[in-house]
Structures are given as structure tokens and as C-alpha cells.
Design a protein around this ligand. Structure first.
Ligand SMILES: Cc1cc2nc3c(=O)[nH]c(=O)nc-3n(C[C@H](O)[C@H](O)[C@H](O)COP(=O)(O)OP(=O)(O)OC[C@H]3O[C@@H](n4cnc5c(N)ncnc54)[C@H](O)[C@@H]3O)c2cc1C
Length: 323
């Protein structure tokens, strides 16, 4: 089902991702000499993302360590687009797959270390729950909200992940990135120009580590807050489903889920994609939905919300790849 764009919508930033079409990218080769990590051609991405839908990456690279990633990108010479993948918890991978190289940071990038001054140094592949638990154990408060966000540090830094009134912008000191030409850089938080669920991370930059700062706290109180967050999530979100988290950003002064509800979209279906009955700002794959169903349903919701309330919802979920 094709959803026609509505011409009167604001076009400056409607959240539409580019479809990343790159001529010939699927046939292009990548440098493998001296590479120690795992490189796969035509790697299915559906198993690696929460929606469990979408096409394959032309190439999937899992670097052995930082030097391996730098070497690979330097040898690639920026000839193909590069995209980092975390846990795919905020991502629709389109059915035609992702052109170029998808970079997935695994265990070598998942360490969390305590530093002086209530700082945690985290590898970009570390999961939110590990970061929050490590902060608790070290008596560092202020990072509890990461307990409930099912992504990696790289995804949090890129998306300015947040919950319960806190966001990454409040705790990030700086982050290390590898740029698409293989150059290493440390970016202070101020350079990311954070706004709601958005950063100005350079295009194609792969976050490899980040430092978060909290305040001194009592591990028992921190643990109790983390438990409260876990319970609240369980009650309000479809956690054990194939989903992508909040689909749309909350418009200023409004709740996306309320606007979606008012437009009568709770439970709405397109193919095997459905607006969650539990949380109207979540889309779910009820079985074997393809990404076109999921994205198409999102567009249908935007259309209905606009018709009902005049608000043009902006996608929070990142949509990548070829249609
Ligand atoms: C049940 C559920 C609940 C959720 N609740 C919340 C919530 O409360 N608050 C919230 O903010 N989000 C929430 N999310 C969304 C999601 O967890 C966050 O956006 C998270 O930050 C995404 O992390 P990820 O590692 O899975 O990134 P992915 O989904 O894999 O990628 C998201 C974006 O980040 C980029 N990215 C990932 N890793 C890197 C890296 N190393 N370097 C550079 N860019 C990178 C990707 O290229 C992509 O553009 C929820 C999702 C689910 C499924």
C-alpha cells in the first residue's frame, strides 16, 4: 500500500531518512587484507534488530578491536557508506537491505570501567543494563535511567537516549569515534549539539567509547530506583515483542501516544504490523511483517494524526536502507 505524501506538511524536518541508494554498492568489494575481525557479505540483518524484519547488509563487519576498525576504515578510503548498528532497538531496516558496510561492535567493545570523579568509561557495545548496574555497584547515581533503555552505549550517544526526565546529554562527558576515513577523534559532549533524541554526530562516525559522569550515591537507593524503572517499563511497554521502541518523537508540549490514540490508531494493522494495544506509540511485528508494512503503518498513523489534530509527527525510529 502506497501512502502519498501530504504536500501541506512541514518538510524541513519530517524525520524521513534518506533511502541511502548507492549505485553499485552491492557489488563493490571491501578491503580484507590484515583485517582480524569478521566480515560477511550479504549478511541478513533481520535477526540482529528488534523488529526481526528487513533485508541484508551488503557487508557486515564485526571488528576485533579498535585498531582493527581503524585499519579497515582507512583501507576502505570512504568508498562505501558506513553505518553502525547497536542492538537495532530503534531501527527499521528496509526490505532492500543496507548499502555499503554495517559495523557491529561486539564483546571487544563492551567493557565498563569506573574512573575517578564518578565517571564510567564505557565501550560503545556495552548494554544499558550493564552501564546502570556498574554505576550502582560503584555508588554512582544519575545513570539509573539507562536500566530501561534496551540499546548500546553507541546507540544512546547517537540518539540522545533518555527516560524519566533524564537523557544522555545530562551525563555525557565525551565520546571516542572513528570517522569514515579511519581517523580517531574524541568529541566533547558540547560538539554533539544535543536536542531531543537527536545529535549532530558526524555522518558515518562510529562511536567506540563514551564517558558518563554521575554523582555520588547509595548503591541500595540506586538499585531501588532501577527496580522501579524496570517495573514501570513492564507495566507500560510491549517489552517481549518485536518492536522498535517509541516510533515518533513527542511534539513540543504533547504526547505522541495521546495524539495516536485520539486519531483512533491504537491496534491499527497493516499486513502483520500493528500499533501496539499496550502503548500506542509502539509499532509491533505480530509475526512475519516485512519492513514495508511496519514503515507503511507508521506513515498511515502520521496521516491519520495529521488529519485529526494537524500535528505532523516526526519519526524517532531511524529508517535505513533500500526500499
Ligand atoms: C522496548 C523498547 C523500549 C525503548 N525505550 C526507550 C526509552 O525509554 N528511551 C529512549 O531514548 N529509547 C528507547 N528505545 C529505543 C532505543 O533503545 C534507543 O534509541 C537506543 O539508544 C538505541 O540503541 P541501539 O544500540 O539499539 O541502536 P540501534 O537501534 O542499533 O541504532 C539506532 C541509531 O544509532 C546508531 N548507532 C548505533 N550504534 C552506534 C555507534 N556505535 N556509533 C554510531 N552510531 C550508532 C545507528 O546507526 C542508528 O542510527 C526503546 C526501544 C525498545 C525496543
Amino acid at each position: 500500500m502506497m501512502i502519498a505524501p501530504i504536500p501541506s506538511w512541514p518538510r524541513e524536518d519530517d524525520g524521513r531518512a534518506p533511502d541511502c541508494e548507492v549505485e553499485g554498492a552491492a557489488d563493490a568489494m571491501v578491503p580484507t587484507e590484515g583485517v582480524r575481525g569478521r566480515i560477511l557479505r550479504g549478511a541478513p540483518l533481520a535477526p540482529l534488530v528488534w523488529f526481526k524484519a528487513g533485508g541484508a547488509a551488503d557487508w557486515l563487519f564485526e571488528p576485533a578491536d579498535l585498531a582493527d576498525l581503524e585499519h579497515f576504515l582507512e583501507a576502505l578510503e570512504g568508498k562505501l557508506p558506513v553505518m553502525a548498528l547497536g542492538l537495532g532497538s530503534n531501527l527499521i531496516v528496509r526490505d532492500g537491505g543496507v548499502p555499503g558496510v554495517v559495523i557491529r561492535l561486539g564483546k571487544p567493545f563492551a567493557k565498563v570501567e569506573v574512573r575517578e570523579g564518578n565517571v564510567l568509561a564505557c565501550g560503545a557495545g556495552a548494554h544499558g543494563i550493564l552501564v546502570a548496574s556498574s554505576a550502582r555497584d560503584a555508588g554512582i547515581a544519575g545513570l539509573e535511567f539507562l536500566r530501561g533503555i534496551p540499546g548500546t552505549v553507541g546507540g544512546f550517544v547517537r540518539m540522545n537516549g533518555g527516560a524519566y526526565g533524564r537523557e544522555v546529554a545530562d551525563i555525557l562527558v565525551d565520546c571516542d569515534v572513528v570517522l569514515p576515513d579511519g581517523e580517531f577523534a574524541t568529541l566533547p559532549a558540547s560538539e554533539l549539539q544535543y536536542s531531543y533524541r537527536h545529535s549532530e554526530l558526524p555522518e558515518g562516525a562510529v562511536v567506540v567509547a563514551a564517558r558518563f559522569r554521575g554523582t555520588p550515591g547509595d548503591p541500595r537507593a540506586i538499585g531501588a530506583e532501577m527496580d522501579r524503572i524496570a517495573r514501570a517499563r513492564e507495566d507500560s511497554q510491549p517489552l517481549r515483542t518485536k518492536t522498535g521502541g517509541s516510533t515518533f518523537k513527542n511534539p513540543p508540549g504533547k504526547k505522541a501516544w495521546e495524539l495516536i490514540d485520539q486519531a483512533g490508531c491504537r491496534g491499527l494493522k497493516l499486513g502483520a504490523a500493528q500499533v501496539s494495544e499496550k502503548h500506542a506509540n509502539f509499532l509491533i511485528n505480530t509475526g512475519d511483517a516485512i519492513s514495508a508494512d511496519i514503515e507503511g503503518l507508521g506513515e498511515l498513523v502520521r496521516e491519520k494524526v495529521y488529519a485529526r489534530s494537524g500535528v505532523g509527527l516526526e519519526w524517532e525510529i531511524q529508517r535505513v536502507g533500500r526500499v
